[in-house]
Design a protein around this ligand. Structure first.
Ligand code: HSE
Length: 434
């Protein structure tokens, strides 16, 4: 039977995502009512700038006092789309203390304080849902938390940042350098004025922490995620990648160790073969490749950012949380029972593409090969090219290794840098997805 008292929703933040959430709640009100089993009503919208004109939102709902909105006693669900750590953390805690379940799109907060927020939700018998925090519109958090709850995820590899994928895709398709591609991304609105969070991999690392926790049923915080940005990726790296039948992507890679006793979580640029499904993810799209024991390989693909796609994920959570409220139940909370530790980057085992500038004279190749061997890193292929500008005195040497621990590669590179014949290490890139 349809309940007539509406479920009341407080919206915290009314920017690109929040305004779209409010719009869809209004335009799709009848469908949402039918799907939830009760009407759902926007009871208040907390904003920083009340004077801004917000089309389609009753001005009487706008307030600058988010805390008072949460404490008024009749709010069933809070939608937090403010972002950042504070005041979002305090407001979500206040929401739980006042009996409201929470839908959040806040990856930074969940990656940093997810455990405490989950604990607060559980203490109060409420929900914390956050599909929109990772990869925008792509259903990923709930498929991993619910659909794959009976399976065992061993590996997750994804493109979870649209800005950097746009830049890398431009570099790949046009031969542009990093700065030129970034300028185009900025002009087209794909990159923010300060692109640091995206290009240095912080945004992807927060998403990686959230996904790793869900995938492996353990706690992974932002600080546990190894992170390298993509600002050093050059046009010549792309040329090398092409020669190997690869492209370059900024990847979040989460793995269960072979012995099952630990996990690793990392974000860095990597070469992947053009035949890998992630290689065909173009422009600002996101995609996540999940390898599960029983299910096999799954790929989730779609728009990872933007007001409307992110609002779609928020609304999906809102419907689920409202249904739970009506059923006087809660959805899945944090699952961290495995307590698997997160191993340091040095223990990650993968392949490497190393580009060296070396003296072009007898014995250099042998010296370089010996250095790899001394550190237990096996070479797969070597390509040497004399440099026209070096008048025969300098050459470019590209070494691709077999799989080796990251610590062994780091040791190798340190030793290579000390060789008189090695003039410089032009680039080091991991090779994934083979
Ligand atoms: N800036 C992010 C991206 C979107 O480029 O994917 C929000 O996480």
């Amino acid at each position: 039977m349809m309940r007539t008292r509406p479920l009341k929703v407080a919206l915290l933040g009314c920017g690109v995502v929040g305004s779209e959430v409010a719009r869809i709640m209004t335009t799709h009100a009848d469908d949402l009512t039918a799907r939830i089993g009760a009407p759902v009503e926007l009871a208040g919208v907390a904003v920083r700038r009340p004077s801004k004109v917000r089309e389609g939102i009753d001005p009487a709902l706008i307030t600058t006092d988010a805390t008072a909105l949460l404490k008024r006693g009749d709010i069933d669900v809070v939608v937090e789309v403010i972002g950042g750590i504070e005041p979002a953390r305090t407001l979500i805690t206040t929401a739980f203390e006042n009996g409201a379940s929470v839908v959040s799109a806040n990856k930074a907060l969940l990656a940093q304080d997810g455990a405490a927020l989950h604990a607060a939700a559980e203490r109060h018998g409420l929900d914390l849902y956050y599909e929109a925090a990772v990869a925008g519109a792509i259903p990923l958090v709930r498929p991993m938390r619910e659909s794959l709850a009976g399976d065992k995820i061993n590996r997750v590899m994804g493109i979870v940042n649209g800005t950097t994928n746009f830049i890398l895709d431009k570099m790949d398709s046009t031969g542009a350098g990093y700065q030129e591609a970034l300028d185009e991304a900025t002009a087209l609105g794909y990159a923010e004025a300060d692109p640091t969070a995206d290009v240095e991999g912080y945004d992807a690392a927060a998403k990686a922490a959230i996904l790793a926790g869900i995938a492996f049923h353990t706690r992974v915080r932002l600080d546990d995620v190894y992170r390298e940005g993509m600002t050093e990726v050059s046009a010549s790296d792309f040329a090398s990648a092409k020669r190997m039948g690869c492209t370059i992507k900024l990847l979040a890679i989460l793995e269960r160790a072979a012995d099952g006793e630990s996990v690793t979580a990392r974000v860095h640029p990597a070469m992947i073969p053009l035949t890998h499904p992630l290689a065909s993810v173009r422009e600002a799209y996101n995609a996540v490749f999940v390898e599960a024991e029983a299910a096999g390989r799954l790929m989730f693909y779609g728009p990872g950012a933007g007001g409307s796609p992110t609002a779609s994920a928020v609304l999906g959570d809102l419907v689920a949380v409202c249904r739970n409220k009506l059923a006087e139940a809660t959805g899945p909370g944090e699952s961290a029972y495995t307590q698997l530790p997160v191993s340091p980057m040095g223990e990650v085992v993968t392949r490497y593409h190393i580009s060296l500038d070396v003296a072009d004279k007898p014995g250099v190749l042998a010296q370089v090969a010996t250095t790899f061997a001394e550190h237990g890193v096996s070479i797969d292929t070597v390509r040497q090219q004399g440099r026209p500008d070096g008048a025969g005195s300098e050459a470019s040497l590209v070494v691709v290794t077999h799989r080796a621990p990251d610590a062994a590669l780091t040791g190798t590179v340190e030793a290579l840098r000390k060789l008189d014949t090695v003039r410089g290490v032009a680039s080091i890139m991991r090779v994934e997805g083979e």
